[in-house]
Design a protein around this ligand. Structure first.
Ligand code: PSV
Ligand code: MN
Ligand code: MN
Length: 388
């Protein structure tokens, strides 16, 4: 196994984008619990996200969701973010809340509805131009509930046409990332259910169209690290939406449900060249904090990713390859497991201190008094999630 010192410099390259919606109230269709101090504006969400970066140095950017984060002046919002020590990142489109999209958006049979959805993406691209964002992330709620309800092939063809129009509008330094999800809100079929469909759609667009892998969007038992490997192999892994799930699209804290799965995913990321500043693979969180404190929840999340990244980096790939090539089944498995079982927390704490950070970001944030201050200052929270 490699030593922690040997991988520490690589850890310094880690960046995990935070979703603005993680800081708003969210919940289930049963109840949305509010928390004292919940942000009321995009600016307050950004200020909260900046706290996570302040204590972890892991999250220098914040993703926006349009129209949830609609403002008059995006250049000013970008400047506001910079004053708080973070940048604005991925712009997420939203074609799932208007009545017009009841039967689809980019796939709709009515050209006028498709154009409305395309225009929304054009608006998102204008925002990206103002904020300097690189990625336009598209997650579609499109799909059907009953066999026969829609022409699933026709919908796929219209999706391609619509995406092409959006892709043609993005700038040279911008990218389109298409997220897949196998169910919900539609249950019989979704129009981008799996990585293969997303891959087929983006491959037809061009080099700057890539796949977004949301870890919560797979059927139970799916070997997600295999998908990671394949997309890296094909040069089409654009980004991750990290979260964790027990049952479905739970959007719980990444690494909470299955740290070993997170380790396996990150090992394939590292092994496949998807890790590091120049890899082109963006790490993002896509989470909601229904019952726990949101800023502390985001701090826990980025630390979970960092811990499993450190463990994945510890794997001595040369020794592993030798064991694999020799057909040493248990030896190869043992090499991976040794890294997974290594508790890197003390080394990470010391390393943080060597970089002028608190060894324990969670404790440092708790001691800062920020939570009490926002609870006192902010009255009335804005629900920032799609969560019904
Ligand atoms: C809905 O499933 C979803 O959670 C997708 O994962 C998106 O990335 C997110 O909402 C934000 O639109
Ligand atoms: Mn997602
Ligand atoms: Mn989701």
């Amino acid at each position: 196994m490699k030593s922690f010192a040997a991988v520490a410099t690589l850890l310094a390259e880690q960046e995990i984008e935070l979703p603005s919606w993680a800081f708003g109230n969210s919940g289930t269709r049963f109840k949305v619990f509010t928390t004292p101090g919940t942000p009321r504006t995009p600016q307050e969400k950004i200020a909260d996200a900046a706290q996570v970066h302040k204590y972890t140095a892991l999250s220098p950017s914040v993703a926006l969701h349009i129209p949830w984060d609609k403002v008059d002046d995006y250049a000013a919002l970008s400047a506001f973010a910079q004053e708080h020590g973070v940048a604005l990142g991925t712009i997420n489109s939203n074609t799932f809340q208007d009545d017009a999209y009841k039967f689809g958006s980019l796939t709709h049979t009515d050209a006028a509805v498709r154009q409305k959805a395309i225009d929304h993406h054009f608006e998102c691209i204008d925002i990206m131009d103002a904020t300097g964002s690189r990625d336009l992330k598209i997650w579609l709620a499109d799909g059907t509930n009953y066999p026969g309800q829609g022409d699933i092939r026709g919908r796929q063809d219209r999706l391609q046409e619509s995406l092409q129009k959006i892709y043609d509008r993005i700038g040279e330094n911008q990218r389109l990332v298409l997220e897949y999800k196998f169910f919900e809100p539609a249950f019989y079929h979704t129009d981008v259910p799996d990585w293969g469909t997303s891959y087929a759609q983006v491959a037809a667009l061009g080099d700057r169209a890539l796949v977004c892998l949301d870890t919560g969007h797979h059927a139970p038992g799916t070997n997600i690290e295999f998908i990671v490997m394949q997309l890296l192999r094909l040069g089409k892994l654009g980004s991750f939406d990290f979260n964790s799930r027990f049952y479905a699209d739970d959007d719980l804290i990444v690494g909470a449900a299955d740290p070993f799965q997170l380790f396996r995913i990150l090992f394939e990321v590292v092994r496949g060249g998807g890790y590091g500043a120049d890899s082109g693979v963006a790490f993002m969180l896509d989470q909601c904090h229904n019952v726990e404190d949101k800023i502390a929840g985001q701090i826990r999340s980025v630390l979970n990713v960092q811990e499993m990244t450190a463990r994945a980096l510890l794997v001595d790939t040369d020794t592993l390859k030798a064991a694999q090539d020799a057909g040493d089944v248990l030896g190869a498995n043992g090499i991976l497991m040794d890294a997974f079982y290594t508790d890197v927390r003390p080394d990470l704490a010391a390393w943080r201190e060597s970089r002028g950070l608190a060894g324990d970001p969670t404790a440092a944030y708790a001691a800062s008094g920020y939570q009490a201050k926002i609870a006192a200052d902010r009255v009335g929270g804005q629900q920032a999630s799609w969560g019904a």
